[in-house]
Design a protein. Structure first.
Lengths: 503, 519
């Protein structure tokens, strides 16, 4: 063991630069941003958002070539894997990162916030997500998670002189650190039993330790609960609404979409590779988390008066839908694959529709300076295009065809039904009932936009800046194309698997 | 020509309204005339394609799906773009193709508040795509998508252009239907996973193909089939609407703008009954047999309950809405017998109810336009103040109560008769009791309709409307919109075979499936 460790430490691991190219490009962009900010100062502030955006788009090129190449690349003794699963999620993170930059451009520039630092932190967080998609080792997962979170803590508090923003950052930070501690404790228990941090080895070992059941249960539960904080699943969700409301809206969209997706990716990694054999432990946990998240999230969302808070609770409910397939994922390898693919599909579609909804909220807030649902009154009469966009995004979130959300929900239903167990069907019916409850608040916002009068009778049109329009076009295209031709999406996701690593 | 129709006809018919809607989307809303012309043109062209399809339809082989297109759509779950028309869907499609242009013509000069013809007409066109798509889809997921697409325009139509309590009504309509379709999709998926696999490109996969599912689903255990049927029952039954789930209907109808009510009554409700005939019963005949007495019972309760509610109404539109509940009860009773005769009656009843109740809602809308109220006690003497309108209302009322010689008769009486001899192993005595109760329903129907007509049509106008200048008789656009429907009501009344001939082959096929595999 020691000898092995020594040889490992002394000989440099072989690096596959092609496989690492996306991460390297993003890291290089971060360096460029810092240098730009340090040496050109005020004059080139405007450039930082463009540089950050171009960097993210450039990183998509090696992802495309790697996907075209189609070979699974394994590095660092199995701790870092680039396969179709990792690539599709990295593409998701890069594109949602790019859309968040589009959303931020005017907001950050006009608020006179620190632009250079903002984009540096944003890209660092995206980098963490990309590593997360490839990480197959407890330690690298933890590091990726911290790289995702720590910049996000700061970004949440970006409006320095606003108490709510400070509260958002602080709350997020404290809860995040608390979650990390729980996560690390769980990880240390798992490491203590299996003697390895590599997920593959943990997966191979965990099934055989029948006698240490309580510790295994505790370890797995703590790791998953740690991540449950990140994805704001009930009952670990309390931070989310306050943080979302207080944080600058572009940051909120980033937290609600990209950062949350990273949490789910972490759960998928540890669950499907490390803990898959112990589904007796995690299936009930996931069942409870899923059912609670969607029900509680939806019920509280019904009572919200602020759009962003409503979207926060809607996000909690959506997290419940995303977790649902995991409640049956252990039934068989077939069901597990089905669950994994349905979650990836949901994450992709969720990113498109939710970022779109935030884009509209940002556009409207430019005029109304408010996030209250009331302020959307009469939107149809003075901004019909934005209203139609928002309506489509909300229908998508509610899961009504032809907007893409229906296919996401269908995938969830499908993987729940494929298990063929009573618990799967019951959860499917709970998801169904929740879709109805959810329309209560999505429908209310739609109603306010279409059927109410504009508050104060102010019907002056909204000027939507170019970058926001572009973000709207991207998200709208994604939402409609995937909704009408789901084949265009499943074409990418139907090969996704994490089981190739299982022994 | 035939080749073109075979490969493109249906798709063109279904999606052309959307093309029209897209064209209207880019033109500013101030150009009202443009929007009206484009919308009408789109719906007429669609109607023309429909006529081409109908003239090329092989009526001798109406049991077979024709103009079938079968293309890959979502390969990963083997859901395909399969569309086709047979004798069951043809009458429904014809009804849709007729109603939509008439609605556009009717709206020509009086769009409900807050006007905005652009948005209103775009919604009607989207609605047309959804309705036509539901009737041609032969894949469960495709059907589900179209079924849901119908919801959205109707929600806005009620919510934006509706009456006083429009927001409440539109949300209620939406939540009810959504609840049903959520359970329906779970049922579809469990059906998908529990049914047998078929080879697709050398791989064994489950299928959503409605043509194959009756055979593939034979292996499903009785218990599971009962649950699955229950899920579909919720989805379709809420749409019909069947008795305990009908409460959205009076609100939606009362609050909807005239055209919305017409489309809702004429076509949307039929999606539910069509779903039973096309999907739920042929695929799960065994479960259908177990559910049939229950469905029959609810149908008859609906007939009587709807009729009694009608007697208590003071609002003309609300009365017509409850009469829908009652009439759809006859349709469901016909379906519940699981016989060729019953299904034939049901399909005829669907078309007849579409035309007649559509007509009644048109007249109610025009009445509201003139009197600004539908409070029956304030109306009166319509035959005096507006003789033509009064006669048209009288004609529709007669048709609705099932007068022989008009279309309504052929929907109701065969449905009642079919309950005399229910199919499969259904309890004969029980269905005969239902038959008798349903027959009492027709008497009640005559009672509430004639009573309503007496109060609205006969007598002298009330004081407040004595010399009201707004009370002008039927206008030109109204004539154009109503004449085809009035003619059809008479024609179908005299020559019911027009529809029975079209549906017989398809219906006997369906019943053969039910008898061959069920019981």
């Amino acid at each position: 063991m020691l000898a092995q460790l020594l040889t490992f430490a002394w000989s440099a691991p072989s690096l596959d630069y092609h496989a690492l190219a996306p991460e390297i490009i993003v890291a290089a962009t971060i360096v460029v941003l810092i240098l730009l900010d340090a040496f050109t100062g005020e004059r080139s502030r405007w450039a930082s958002s463009s540089v950050a955006g171009i960097g993210l788009l450039l990183a998509l090129i090696p992802i495309a070539t790697l996907a075209y190449d189609g070979v699974d690349r394994v590095m660092f003794g199995g701790g870092f894997v680039v396969d179709s699963y990792a690539l599709i999620l990295q593409a998701l993170f890069l594109i949602s990162g790019y859309v968040v930059i589009l959303l931020s451009t005017n907001y950050i520039a006009e608020g006179d916030y620190h632009e250079g630092e903002y984009y540096t932190l944003l890209l660092s967080s995206v980098l963490g997500m990309m590593v997360m998609a490839s990480a197959r080792d407890l330690i690298s997962i933890f590091i990726a998670l911290e790289l995702v979170s720590i910049p996000a803590y700061m970004m949440a508090a970006w409006r320095k002189r606003d108490q709510k923003s400070n509260e958002a950052g602080l709350k997020y930070y404290l809860m995040g650190v608390f979650a990390s501690a729980i996560l690390l404790y769980g990880m240390s228990l798992v490491f203590g039993i299996t003697g390895s941090t590599l997920l593959v080895e943990i997966g191979a070992d965990l099934g055989s330790y029948v006698s240490s059941q309580p510790i295994i249960t505790l370890g797995i539960a703590f790791v998953l609960i740690g991540f449950a904080f990140k994805v704001s699943a009930v009952p670990f969700h309390q931070w989310a609404p306050d943080t979302y409301e207080g944080a600058p809206t572009p940051v909120t969209s980033f937290l609600a979409v990209a950062s949350k997706a990273a949490g789910f990716v972490a759960i998928l990694n540890v669950l499907f590779i490390g803990f898959y054999g112990r589904n007796d432990v995690w299936e009930p946990l996931m069942w409870a988390l899923a059912a609670l998240s969607m029900t509680v999230g939806n019920l509280i969302a019904l009572r919200q008066t602020n759009v962003v808070r409503m979207l926060a609770y809607s996000g909690i409910a959506q997290a419940g839908y995303i977790l649902a397939p995991l409640a049956v994922a252990g039934a068989s390898l077939g069901t597990g694959g089905e669950a994994l693919r349905s979650i990836v599909v949901y994450l992709l579609i969720y990113a498109g529709m939710n970022l779109g909804a935030f884009a509209v909220v940002l556009a409207v807030a430019r005029k109304t300076r408010s996030g209250e649902i009331k302020s959307f009154g009469g939107l149809f009469s003075y901004a019909p295009a934005l209203t139609v966009c928002m309506t489509i995004f909300l229908f998508s979130l509610a899961g009504i065809p032809p907007a893409a959300g229906w296919f996401a929900k269908l995938s969830i239903f499908s993987s729940l039904a494929s298990a063929g167990t009573a618990s799967g069907y019951v959860l499917a019916v709970i998801v169904g009932l929740n879709s109805v409850i959810a329309f209560g608040y999505y429908g209310r916002l739609i109603r306010v936009m279409w059927m109410d009068e504009a508050p104060d009778g102010d019907r002056s049109p909204i000027k939507v800046p170019a970058s926001l329009s572009f973000a709207l076009i991207i998200t709208m295209a994604v939402t409609l194309v995937w909704g009408v031709f789901p084949g265009a999406l499943t074409h990418f996701t139907d090969q996704v698997t994490l089981f190739s690593l299982l022994r | 020509m035939k080749d073109f129709l075979n490969s493109w006809g249906i798709s063109l018919m279904v999606f052309l309204p959307l093309v029209g809607a897209l064209a209207m989307l880019v033109v500013p809303k101030a150009k009202e005339q443009f929007h009206k012309v484009v919308a009408l043109a789109a719906s007429l062209v669609v109607g023309f394609i429909g006529i081409l399809i109908m003239t090329n339809f092989d009526y001798d082989a109406n049991g077979q799906l024709q103009f079938v297109v079968d293309k890959a759509w979502i390969p990963i779950i083997n859901s395909r773009y399969i569309v086709g028309i047979d004798g069951i869907s043809l009458p429904m499609i014809a009804l849709t193709l007729l109603i939509v242009p008439l609605c556009i013509i009717y709206s020509w000069n009086h769009f409900p508040e807050p006007k905005n013809p652009k948005a209103f007409l775009i919604l009607i066109l989207i609605l047309e795509t959804g309705m036509l798509g539901s009737f041609v889809a032969q894949d469960l997921i495709l059907f589900f998508v179209f079924f849901e697409v119908v919801l959205l325009p109707m929600y806005f139509m009620i919510g934006v252009w509706g009456g006083e309590k429009r927001q409440y009504a539109s949300l209620k309509f939406f939540l009810y239907t959504l609840f049903g379709s959520a359970l329906m999709i779970v049922a579809f998926l469990s059906l998908y996973f529990l049914s047998d696999k078929i080879p697709v490109n050398g791989e064994m996969m489950h299928s959503f193909d409605m043509r194959l599912l009756p055979e593939l689903a034979t292996g499903i255990s009785t218990g599971a089939a009962l649950w699955i049927f229950g899920g579909m029952f919720m989805g379709f039954g809420i749409k019909v609407p069947m008795f305990p789930f009908h409460t959205w209907l009076p609100d939606a109808h009362t609050q909807a703008p005239t055209v919305g009510s017409v489309i809702l009554a004429a076509v949307l409700l039929k999606l539910g009954t069509y779903g039973f005939i096309r999907i739920a019963i042929p695929i799960l005949p065994g479960a259908a047999e177990k559910w049939a007495p229950f469905i029959g019972l609810l149908a008859v309760i609906g007939i009587i309950y709807g009729a009694l509610c009608c007697l208590a109404q003071t609002d003309m539109k609300r009365l017509i809405a409850f009469s829908s509940v009652s009439h759809m009860g006859f349709v469901m009773l016909g379906i519940a017998t699981l016989t060729t005769f019953g299904f034939q009656a049901a399909i005829f009843g669907m078309v007849a109810h579409g035309l007649i109740t559509g007509m009644l809602f048109f007249v109610a809308g025009s009445t509201k336009d003139r009197y600004h109220t539908l409070d029956i006690s304030r109306l009166g003497g319509m035959l005096k103040s507006m003789p033509h309108m009064g006669w048209i209302l009288g004609f529709s009322v007669m048709a609705s109560l099932g007068l022989p010689g008009l279309a309504g008769f052929w929907g109701e009486f065969p449905a009642i008769l079919s309950a005399y001899n229910p199919g499969l192993g259904l309890n004969v005595a029980f269905f005969r009791v239902l038959m008798v109760i349903a027959a009492v329903g027709t008497v009640l129907a005559a009672a509430y309709l004639l009573w309503m007509y007496q109060r609205v049509g006969f007598g002298v106008p009330t004081k407040e409307f004595e010399d009201d200048p707004h009370l002008h008789d039927v206008t030109f656009t109204e004539w154009v919109a109503w004449t085809p429907m009035l003619i059809l009501i008479v024609v179908l009344g005299f020559v019911p075979n027009i529809i029975f001939k079209v549906t017989d082959g398809a219906v006997s096929n369906t019943i053969a499936i039910v008898n061959g595999l069920g019981g």
